[in-house]
Write a protein that binds this ligand. Structure first.
Ligand code: LTN
Length: 326
């Protein structure tokens, strides 16, 4: 039996080169080895008020980019979180086993609540994420390191539940990508590249045109001294070198050696070209399938059937354990 792997992204903003290098590209490799579920976690997107029509479109944009990045519906389960009602059911049960303090300590909640004014969904977001994971007996969860604290909650809930009711849940392990997992904002290299950032200049979207890519890279922040000091966290150069290195497979030292005497101009020109070439097949594939709504509907239906089937054993046992149902 293959081990289970679960990951997902909320369909907000647009998928970026950060999502590609930190997640999607690795997911496509993992799907060969694991029984993988990759969800578009649309219920998580509701923690911020949104237009419903737009959300549904975005979910499909994301599905197409999952496919264009190589996720294969024959090998993996690709589905909308809202397509499997078990997520919401388990989340409720788990929330009744979660202390308020465990949630109010979450750093992401504290940061977001300050910015946008919190609703209860934002507060209980990590419980829904724990449900996503535990529902499928997941062994491995590829996530960025900003999600470690949330995954820790999922693990704590699994242990707590198993102590109380017997071995119901598998204890999930995080799978945190090494340093390419953290691609930074092009204008402010001290913060992570954010797919929902209001300023498009701060990220490279997977669907950006060559013109947009070239312009954004040429305007990306670098160090005024012109050096290739990768450890200087304030200058953006380390981030750009990491992107270059991740796309070409060349070591960071090799990249620096190649360009430190030629300067930022040639480096940025080459980086833009590498990005354009790397993203071209993704953008083209996206363009080919995005218009085929009935194909996408069919895929989503198949995905949600598979997901429901895979979650059925755990949900049934949990409901039985806590005393729900006939
Ligand atoms: N919170 C995650 C998205 C997410 C997720 C999950 C990731 C929701 N449910 C389950 C892994 C497993 C994020 O913001 N990146």
């Amino acid at each position: 039996m293959k081990k289970r792997l679960f990951s997902g992204t909320a369909p907000t903003g647009v998928l970026t080169i950060g999502n590609y290098l930190g997640a999607l590209r690795n997911w496509a490799v993992r799907q060969e080895e694991y029984d993988s579920l990759f969800s578009i976690v649309d219920m998580h997107a509701l923690t911020v008020p949104r237009d419903g029509r737009e959300l549904r479109q975005r979910s499909r944009d994301f599905l197409c980019l999952y496919l264009a990045c190589g996720l294969d519906p024959e090998k993996s389960t690709l589905f909308l979180q809202s397509g499997n009602p078990a997520h919401g059911e388990l989340a409720w049960i788990l929330s009744c086993h979660t202390a308020m303090g465990e949630l109010s300590r979450m750093t992401q909640y504290k940061a977001k609540a300050q910015k946008s004014g919190a609703n209860a969904g934002l507060f209980t977001y990590p419980v829904l994420m724990a449900a996503d994971i535990l529902l499928y007996g997941t062994h491995l969860v590829p996530v960025g390191d900003d999600q470690k604290q949330h995954l820790e909650l999922a693990r704590r809930l699994a242990v707590r539940f198993n102590k109380k009711y017997g071995e119901l849940f598998t204890l999930p392990e995080p799978l945190i990508p090494e340093k390419t997992g953290r691609i930074m904002n092009l204008k402010d290299p001290s913060s992570k590249m954010d797919k929902s950032h209001p300023e498009r200049e701060t990220f490279i979207a997977l669907t950006d045109t060559p013109g947009e890519i070239t312009r954004k890279i040429s305007r990306a922040k670098t160090d005024s001294r012109g050096t290739f000091d990768l450890n200087d966290r304030e200058s953006g150069i380390g981030n750009l070198v990491r992107i270059y290195s991740a796309l070409t497979g060349l070591g960071e030292g090799t990249v620096v050696w190649e360009y430190e005497h030629r300067g930022y101009g040639p480096f940025k020109r080459d980086l833009a070209e590498i990005l354009c070439e790397s993203l071209r097949p993704i953008r083209e594939r996206y363009g080919e399938i995005r218009g085929d709504e009935s194909y996408l509907t069919e895929l989503l239906k198949r995905g949600e059937e598979k997901a429901r089937r895979k979650s059925e054993p755990v949900l049934t046992r949990v409901k039985e354990a806590v005393g729900l149902g006939i």
